[in-house]
Design a protein around this ligand. Structure first.
Ligand code: PMP
Length: 350
């Protein structure tokens, strides 16, 4: 006799992380190449000397700093071990077995995995032909069993944003007992003036949460910390289902220091936005299809050529993220890293 694991887990794909290949440039995980914000590094070193103590389980300082910055009540905030943990907590907090979670697809690959692991039903809704969320179809997919809807904006891995008017029209169609989670992992890179601010939307509606992370623009992916602004009773439920002490002390200290470094953050994001424009324009000029993107990556819907393109990039010392049969997602890196990638993209076309 052997120990039995859940049979339904056998059918579940595992989360695939972007690869690190020694000697190659990694543009595969939407990290910022620039590292943590410069003024935060010393805080990290100092906090590391105290790791024999358990962290503050309530993440009090970080919650207060976020409440201050966002002008919101701290009771409506929950921090988590990366926003991916918050995704899971949100499903745990809202769904019982066989309840439904509606999400766009292709989108963040954790949505279907988490939904299934928690025991809820996956309701994926295909993207539009322009690789954007089909909010009309998502609204139509909601049933009396739907408890949660993920709206990923900008959408990972394709890049397009949901604009304010489109979002409001969608939210008007969602029943008030269904939680809509605006996954704004790439929020800091958004430059479109018609972008909704998820926190403001969530303040005005009783069934909306905004979820953001310190992993991307803030450069703290390795420390694992994200946050959600949600209705107060939802935030309380998120804290209840959280694994105790999962937001570590170094992450909490680094996140607080990062919030104080807004000038450094702005400089970094401005540079990503201008590089994003340069990379996309150049790829379009080379004849690639590249959907409009508001994140720190571009999406190349290469279909059956994806694997070949991926291997060509690897041969040219660039690691991209390939979704076999669909496309490749390429993170915007430093200018010289982007140049190396563009050279590979150019030689692939020849
Ligand atoms: N949401 C989206 C859309 C993402 O792309 C990611 C990371 N790839 C996450 C959430 C999770 O990020 P983290 O757990 O590092 O905060």
């Amino acid at each position: 006799m052997t120990v039995r694991t859940r049979a339904d887990l056998d059918q579940l794909p595992a989360y695939v992380a972007g690869r690190t290949v020694p000697g190659s440039i990694k543009l595969a995980s939407n990290e910022v190449s620039a590292g943590p914000l410069p003024s935060v590094v010393e805080t990290i070193t100092r906090a590391a000397a105290e790791v024999h103590r358990y962290p503050d389980m309530g993440a009090t300082k970080l919650t207060e700093a976020l409440a201050d910055k966002l002008h919101v009540a701290p009771e409506r905030l929950a921090v988590g071990c990366g926003s991916v943990a918050l995704c899971e907590q949100l499903v745990q907090a809202t769904c019982s077995a066989e309840d439904e979670v509606v999400y766009p697809w292709r989108s963040f690959e954790a949505y279907p995995i988490i939904t299934r692991v928690v025991g809820a039903r996956q309701i994926p809704v295909p993207l539009t032909g322009e690789h954007a969320l089909d909010l009309d179809a998502m609204a139509s997919a909601i049933t009396s069993r739907t408890r949660l809807v993920f709206v990923c904006s900008p959408n990972n891995p394709t890049g397009p944003l949901v604009r304010r008017a489109e979002l409001e029209a969608f939210l008007d169609r969602v029943p008030s007992d269904v939680l809509v989670v605006l996954d704004e992992a790439y929020w800091e890179f958004v430059s479109d003036p018609e972008a909704p601010d998820g926190v403001e939307v969530a303040r005005a509606r009783e069934n909306v949460a905004s979820m953001r992370t310190f992993s991307k623009a803030y450069g703290l992916a390795g420390l694992r910390v994200g946050y959600t602004y949600a209705p107060e009773h939802v935030a309380a439920a998120l804290r209840k289902v959280c694994i105790p002490f999962s937001v570590n002390a170094v992450a909490q200290a680094a996140a607080v220091a990062s919030l104080e470094a807004q000038d450094e953050l702005k400089e970094r994001c401005d540079s990503v936005v201008s590089e994003r424009r340069r990379v996309r324009d150049e790829l379009l000029g080379l004849g690639y299809e590249v959907p409009e993107t508001q994140a720190n990556f571009v999406w190349l819907p290469l279909g059956e050529s994806t694997q070949e393109f991926n291997e060509h990039c690897l041969d040219n010392r660039v690691v991209v993220r390939a979704f076999v049969g669909e496309g490749a997602r390429v993170t915007i890196g430093r200018p010289e890293e982007n140049d190396t990638f563009l050279a590979a993209a150019r030689s692939y076309r020849r």
